[in-house]
Design a protein around this ligand. Structure first.
Ligand SMILES: [Cu+2]
Length: 620
């Protein structure tokens, strides 16, 4: 919940002054025994005594100059406001699926509260950790231009906020608008610690499509009855696969297909013949999911906070971390229609939740007890349904895709089975062939450090990470059908906390290649700090000779579902100095090591350089 209403420019400026006075050393403003640090006395004539010393005049001059500077700075952000929020991370007791259990929430809400802003606004969120766990918050899809310190992934850009501590995130949504999400970025806490982050266009700037009658945010989630932090620890310890979620949820509600849930149904009430904008957000943990509304067309108009050419479809697939705006017109007979969410599982021999979450798309005027028209989801492994939607994604306008490339990367992504080195194989090596499951990029399994890597990089501390992440896999083989050494059982990954360094402004192309080391699978790869153009994708091994690229109007995303047993090509300009995580947005794959880090060096100018760390940055 917003602590303050939207602030006008004047109010924002005044708050800046107050914040300044509250944070600047007070002794700077002691003049002739009068303490200027009390900002509310500023307008009092008694503030300026008759007898003023030289130092008093000097201090007043400095003060006036500072206030003037602030005014000038603020003029540079005409129309932008500052939105203040307070996030109390706290546990509550929640009943779902016949059981009451403790879950971690923000402000006691599940799903969490909405943050809303307009393009170019500043967002300030004080996060207070009242739980026994570590936590951080990541603002998924927000580029954090020059504010890498506030990006959020624990042990990457910051140490976690420990129990009882707080940290204030402070960033702008510069040149960004659309649907995003915020979520915890520690262990699997984001299973319940997530919420929408909606950035509206600037006042008086319309959507590039028909103005909807109303908007609704639809958060897709996965719900576990077990404590998710312990769940992650147990899975890691066992070396085996994770258990599936106990339910899918739509805005926190599983719907009537689950036990004890016939009343736990989210409803969207709609006026016949009107058109609605649904802001779909996949906040799931380990599953990609299909989404449909019975008998209604979904017209995609935005993905990952970027407008797309309108594309009408009966169903969509969202990978975890992905957002999608769709228009839906209530053009059917007055009644009740299912909103359905179900699994897309492209891996083989994997246990997964196969019961759909159901919500209701309910026309005003529908009879209370009328039957709900069922929705039709694709079968769980319908790769064609996924490709059909992907083929329909095009940027609204012709976009500026980098044509000349400074750095070509080829990154394999896949699951590994590491050899069991434990003396307790029955408990510690529950993966296939009595090995331990792992995941990797270029066959290197990311080892999470216990320090903030960004801080280590900034302070030039040695020994915490290396700069040798390879730009191509160290072994070349038939990625889709073979193992690294072409020997059926060699599926071992190397370990490391490695980064790759880019000069400021580098134009980068990455081919992500799925491997079949254990099983091929669609992986949702997410890049922090940048969006990227998805210029091509296909099945099988990437082949430069036959690959076809769209350099005119490819979609601009921050999370790409790399096709199962296939590849995807992206391009972007590394123009945001700092250290950015690239990882699979299945938490289990991230836990197993499917991550790496990009360092973008400072440019030549101040506005191309990473600022100093904030003073309240948590310590490890
Ligand atoms: Cu993955």
């Amino acid at each position: 919940m917003s602590l303050f209403p939207t602030l006008s420019n004047h109010e924002t400026l005044f708050r800046h002054y107050i914040l300044y006075f509250l944070t600047f050393p007070l002794e700077h403003y002691k003049i002739s025994g009068i303490n200027l640090s009390v900002p509310f006395n500023l307008k009092s004539p008694r503030l300026f005594p008759c007898k003023m010393t030289n130092s008093a005049v000097s201090s007043l001059f400095r003060l006036s100059f500072f206030l003037f500077t602030l005014q000038v700075m603020n003029l540079g952000r005409v129309g932008a406001a500052t939105r203040f929020y307070q996030f109390k991370v706290q546990t509550i007791r929640l009943t779902r699926l016949c059981q009451t259990k403790e879950i971690v929430t923000v402000n006691g809400k599940f799903p969490g509260p909405e943050i809303s802003a307009h393009e170019d606004d500043r967002i300030v969120v004080k996060v207070i950790n009242m739980t026994p766990y570590n936590t951080t918050i990541h603002w998924h899809g927000i580029k954090q231009k020059l504010s890498c310190w506030y990006d959020g992934p624990s042990y990457i850009t910051q140490c976690p906020i420990k129990s009882g501590q707080s940290f204030t995130y402070n960033f702008t949504v510069a040149q960004q608008k659309g649907t995003f999400l915020w979520h915890a970025h520690f262990s699997w806490l984001r299973a319940t610690v997530y919420g929408p982050l909606i950035v509206y266009p600037k006042a008086s700037v319309p959507y590039p499509f028909m103005k909807p009658f109303n908007e609704h945010t639809v958060l897709l989630g996965e719900y576990w009855l077990k404590n998710v932090v312990e769940l992650e620890q147990n899975v890691l310890e066992s070396g085996g696969p994770p258990p599936p979620a106990d339910a899918f949820t739509i805005n926190g509600q599983p719907g009537p297909n689950y036990n004890c849930s016939s009343n736990d149904v989210y409803k969207i009430k709609i006026v016949p013949r009107k058109t609605y904008l649904l802001r779909l957000i996949n906040a799931g943990i380990n599953m990609e999911t299909f989404f449909t509304i019975a008998n209604h067309k979904l017209t995609i108009v935005e993905v990952d906070g970027e407008y797309t050419k309108p594309f009408a479809t009966e169903r969509v697939m969202l990978v975890p971390g992905q957002t999608m705006n769709v228009l839906v017109t209530a053009d059917q007979a007055v009644g009740r229609y299912s909103i359905a969410m179900g699994p897309y599982e492209s891996a083989k021999n994997v246990k997964f939740q196969n019961t759909s979450a159901i919500a209701t798309f309910q026309y005003i005027g529908a009879l209370q007890n009328s039957a709900t028209v069922p929705g039709k989801l694709p079968v769980f492994n319908d790769n064609i349904a996924v490709k059909t939607v992907m083929d329909g994604l095009r940027s609204l306008n012709v976009v500026d895709v980098p044509r000349n490339i400074d750095a070509h990367l080829f990154i394999t992504i896949g699951i590994n089975v590491n050899k069991c080195n434990s003396e307790d194989p029955n408990n510690k090596c529950q993966g296939p062939r009595k090995g331990r499951l792992a995941a990797s990029m270029n066959n290197i399994s990311f080892v999470e450090p216990k320090v903030s890597i960004l801080e280590a990089y900034y302070k030039q501390l040695e020994g915490y990470f290396t700069l040798d992440f390879p730009t191509t896999p160290e072994k070349s083989y038939d990625f889709v059908s073979g193992a690294p050494n072409d020997i059926a059982n060699d599926t071992q990954a190397a370990n490391g906390t490695r980064a790759i360094v880019f000069e400021y402004g580098s134009r980068i192309q990455i081919i992500f290649q799925n491997t079949g080391t254990l099983t091929t699978e669609n992986h949702p790869i997410h890049l922090h700090g940048h969006s990227f153009y998805v210029i091509g994708y296909g099945t099988g091994n990437y082949d430069e000779q036959t690959a076809q690229f769209n350099l005119e109007d490819p979609p601009c995303l921050n999370t790409i579902g790399v096709p199962v047993g296939g590849w995807a090509a992206i391009r972007f300009v590394a123009n945001n100095p700092g250290l950015w995580l690239l990882h699979c947005h299945f938490d289990i794959h991230q836990t197993w090591g499917m991550s790496t880090m990009f360092i973008v060096k400072n440019g030549k100018k101040v506005q191309e350089s990473l600022p100093h760390p904030p003073p309240d940055l948590p310590k490890c």
